[in-house]
Design a binder for this molecule. Structure first.
Ligand SMILES: [Zn+2]
Length: 422
């Protein structure tokens, strides 16, 4: 799932042409009045792309018909090809959409209706890699409404007995032993606000069912970037007395729209989104730092009105290649470029000690997560997780610490220069 997350990096210009062409086709389709949910032959990539658009941008379920239609389309997909590799994932995603609808607006769907959908995943596909997640989410949902009663205990015990080695097992155990379990709220900041200290928002990409790119030895982007973000947080707090907030502190899905909103609400001085890269042939390596700029991009002007539409250009999980109308960050562009340069310069310092580390330099791209941020913001691609050399390095704790340290130094330099510190 989600093998390629940020392949914008591979070939930005080629991608734009493809995206533009696809966009024109979609606009034509809309003019002709073809309802998207009435198309019988949705490919799975298209369904996942629609899923990500809704999950990332429509947090309050304002476009309820689209949610309902997509649940239907995903269930239909499973019904049409129940033995396909994607069938369990299709049912699981349908259940998550139902769960989100229920959580945002309980009148739309009952707890029972949501539980039924998760249970179906476990019944039909008990050996699939989403079965433990489905079983856990059903238990979590029931737990949030009825507490730790007999039924919830039974369900948690089921997860532990049947999926003892899954990532759901520790979560089930925590819940069973009375810790609060997974919340759907934003993570809290560990520290209290210090007057005059810089406010930095760190955004570990992906999370929850959005695993990001998969790497060497089975490591996952969502885990690697969270680990590095937590290390960076420590350094910023200790080294600069900074007020640091993470968009997530654990393995959970956080919509892209909420990530920058958090930074804006805090009036943060900096927003740094952390990701790892992947390439189709697993051959590319290196790090690169992006700032948001599409001002000279004709494709984005053409598609200016098509806000919040995800274009599934190269496959599933093109989660960040959204084309939006209001892309220009007033006044923050220059600072973002400086921040990108400082971080790049600092990461280059990894080189003598860590052999094979390559810099791909400062780049620009239309990243949804950076859109709408009212402060200097960058997206850092911390190496190619699926590259033999890069992936092996990311698997090492000492390397992740070194990366966090280099990021820290880059941020420190930027803050010192821009007068945000002291
Ligand atoms: Zn990513």
């Amino acid at each position: 799932m989600n093998r390629y997350c940020l392949r914008i990096a591979d070939s930005v210009s080629t991608r734009f042409l493809g995206v533009a062409a696809l966009g024109v086709l979609m606009i034509i389709a809309l003019f002709l009045g073809v309802p998207r949910d009435a198309q019988a032959g949705d490919t799975y990539e298209e369904l996942v792309s629609r899923y990500q658009t809704l999950r990332n941008t429509d947090v309050k379920i304002r476009r309820e018909p689209e949610w309902t239609a997509l649940i239907g389309a995903l269930e239909q997909y499973q019904h049409r090809s129940p033995k396909s590799a994607q069938a369990p994932d299709a049912l699981f995603r349908a259940a998550i959409l139902a769960e989100q609808m229920h959580l945002a607006r309980p009148s739309l769907l009952s707890t029972g209706q949501v539980i039924e959908k998760f249970d179906k995943v476990v019944e039909l596909y008990s050996r699939s890699e989403v079965a433990d997640d489905a079983a856990l989410r059903a238990a979590q949902l029931l737990h949030s409404s009825r507490g730790l009663d007999q039924i919830v205990r039974k369900r948690l015990a089921f997860v532990l007995a049947n999926y003892p080695k899954s990532d759901s097992a520790p979560k089930a155990r925590d819940l069973l032993h009375g810790s609060q379990g997974q919340s759907f709220q934003s993570p809290k900041r560990a520290d209290s606000t210090k007057a005059g200290a810089p406010v930095v928002v760190l955004d570990p990409g992906h999370g929850g069912e959005d695993k990001g790119a998969q790497g060497i030895g089975g490591i996952l982007e969502k885990d690697i970037v969270l680990d590095i973000a937590l290390r960076l947080e420590q350094l910023l707090v200790r080294g600069l007395g900074a007020n640091v907030r993470l968009t997530r502190r654990k393995d959970e899905f956080v919509p892209l729209a909420l990530r920058t909103q958090m930074a804006n609400d805090l009036e943060a001085d900096l927003f740094i989104s952390l990701h790892t890269n992947a390439s189709p042939q697993h051959t590319l390596s290196g790090f690169e730092v992006y700032y948001l700029d599409t001002t000279d991009d004709k494709a984005s002007a053409l598609l200016a009105e098509r806000e919040n539409m995800a274009f599934g250009g190269n496959g599933p999980a093109d989660d960040l290649s959204f084309m939006l109308s209001d892309l220009i960050q007033s006044g923050k562009l220059e600072e973002s470029i400086l921040l990108a340069r400082d971080i790049t310069g600092s990461l280059k310092g990894l080189h003598p000690q860590w052999k094979g580390v390559r810099s791909l330099g400062v780049k620009k791209g239309p990243f949804y997560v950076l859109v709408g941020a009212h402060m200097p913001c960058v997206l850092v691609e911390l190496f190619f997780i699926d590259h033999r050399g890069d992936g092996a390095l990311l698997g090492k704790e000492s390397f992740r610490q070194a990366v966090a340290d280099r990021l820290f130094r880059g941020v420190k330099r930027f803050l010192a220069r821009s007068g945000k510190r002291n």
